[in-house]
Design a protein around this ligand. Structure first.
Ligand SMILES: *Cc1c(COP(=O)(O)O)cnc(C)c1O
Ligand SMILES: [Zn+2]
Length: 465
């Protein structure tokens, strides 16, 4: 069975546009596009038929269906021939039961979806596999595409560069100079992309790449290209699958350009429309206070987006003042009884470091989501028994400067409550023994925290694990 899928206007203009057309906005009204699926065709398989099929494929070896994205191919990108799939075995990431951290906050079931445990270290791989596979198919059928191009806050460019290198397609990435981490800069360089480093911010890079995409033969890989949303929506499907097809109560997502918010919403809605789940979770978008246009719009009742000039933030991947996918995110917030909350620089850094003390290794964006989680728990919005998932968007190893500077106490205006510094010693056994034995007792297993012990209680492993 090959179900059909096509682009359509999110504002309801009539017409179906093939997924292999080079088009990013509605030709009639200029609104964003989304990918529509033939739900009647998909309903020919029962909900339990789908979940059985997805479970059979999950992390197995039949290429490309072991990928968390391609294992759901019929719901995601049925238009791509298997021969044209460009996959790095994305998805299938750990849903980590954050038992100690959740316990400190007074939550029985806090889970962290580790989307950063991926080939290029962020969730961007999930969308890029669909986009680059589509481009490969277009080229195979004679489309005159010379290169794939993107503007990036660091993670999109790493994914574009890697997937294009695997497929042998040229890539052009436009980055804001000195606003991405060293690791993020070296990723596209290593994969051979043409890296244009501009003296501007992300929004400035985005304006450039939109114009570049009008040149013949340049294919735009930013998230206004809704093919990426299709791959990223598998995060929601996979979360539900990892709970044995049960829906969590809350999902918290750090949001910048807001493509991922639209994507996670799309995944849950599709599960709902196809009868796999019978309710929706509540969705929370977490923003950095210094780049918070969605938060401001939410405070005004989601009337409209007023772009802001994004201030510099440690959460560089969400330092975006004019999010492309605002309209999609606003719809998700309305449909999912959603919330938007923000985190200051100090709050995001402390939350990241605190979570790290319980075994995570948190990037600053996940830090924003965790800080927002802490606020919602403190406020009583999220309750002890609510099953809560924080979407971790990147791997902490991509942000060494953030983590090192925190532990050195070198981040200006940010406390170092959970900082841990190396003890410098001569190679002398007595000194080593004294330091080890005096430093180890009572060490950190519960660092200086304001947790009321009466709210912490023993919990058994949640079911289904
Ligand atoms: C891209 C990115 C985000 C933001 O995703 P949007 O779709 O732009 O909202 C958050 N965290 C990380 C690490 C990212 O790379
Ligand atoms: Zn339209």
């Amino acid at each position: 069975m090959t179900p059909r899928a096509w682009f359509r206007c999110i504002d309801g203009c009539p017409g179906e546009i093939p997924l292999t057309d080079v088009v990013y906005r509605c030709p009639s009204c200029g609104a964003l596009l989304e990918v529509a699926h033939d739900l009647d065709a998909l309903r020919q398989r029962s909900p339990s038929g789908w979940t059985r099929l997805f479970d059979e494929r999950y992390k197995r070896t039949t290429w490309p269906y072991g990928s968390g994205v391609w294992g759901k191919k019929e719901w995601v990108a049925p238009h791509v021939d298997d021969d044209n799939v460009v996959s790095l075995d994305e998805g299938g990431t750990n849903l980590f039961w954050a038992e100690r951290y959740g316990g400190q906050l007074g939550l029985d079931e806090l889970w962290v979806k580790q989307c950063g445990n991926s080939h290029t270290g962020s969730f961007k791989d999930l969308g890029m596999t669909v986009l680059v596979s589509t481009v490969k198919q277009m080229i195979a059928r004679g489309a005159p595409i010379r290169a794939v191009a993107c503007a990036s806050t660091g993670d999109t460019s790493a994914a574009v560069a890697a997937y294009c290198a695997v497929a042998g397609i040229p890539a052009v990435v436009i980055l804001p100079r000195d606003k991405v981490s060293t690791a993020q800069l070296v990723q596209p360089l290593a994969n051979g992309a043409l890296v244009l480093s501009l003296d501007t911010d992300f929004d400035g890079c985005m304006a450039m790449v939109k114009r570049l995409a009008d040149e013949p033969g340049i294919y735009l890989a930013n998230s206004m290209n809704s093919l990426r949303v299709e791959g990223q929506k598998t995060v929601s499907i996979e979360i539900v699958q990892q709970f044995d097809w049960e829906v969590p109560d809350w999902v918290i997502i750090p949001g910048g350009n807001l493509g991922n918010t639209g994507a996670l919403g799309a995944g849950f809605l599709m599960l709902h429309q196809l009868g796999v789940i019978d309710r929706l979770p509540r969705i929370v978008v977490a923003q950095a206070e210094r780049a918070n246009p969605l938060y401001r719009a939410f405070e005004r009742g989601l009337d409209h987006l007023e772009p802001v000039a994004a201030q510099s933030t440690l959460a560089t991947a969400i330092q975006i003042g004019n999010p492309v996918s605002y309209e999609k995110a606003a719809r998700v917030l309305r449909r999912f009884d959603g919330l938007v909350e923000q985190a200051s620089e100090d709050e995001l850094a402390q939350a990241a470091a605190r979570a790290d003390r319980t075994g995570l290794f948190t990037d600053p964006h996940t830090g924003v989501a965790l800080a927002v989680l802490e606020k919602l728990v403190a406020r009583g919005t999220i309750g002890r028994r609510d099953r809560t998932v924080v979407v971790s968007t990147a791997n902490g190893l991509k942000f060494p400067e953030f983590k090192i500077r925190y532990h050195e106490g070198a981040l200006i205006g940010i406390g170092d409550r959970y900082a841990n510094r190396p003890v410098l010693l001569p190679a002398d056994y007595d000194a080593v023994r004294d330091a080890a034995l005096s430093g180890v007792d009572g060490r950190d297993l519960a660092p200086r925290m304001h947790t009321d012990p009466s709210t912490v209680r023993e919990v058994g492993a949640p079911r289904g694990r």
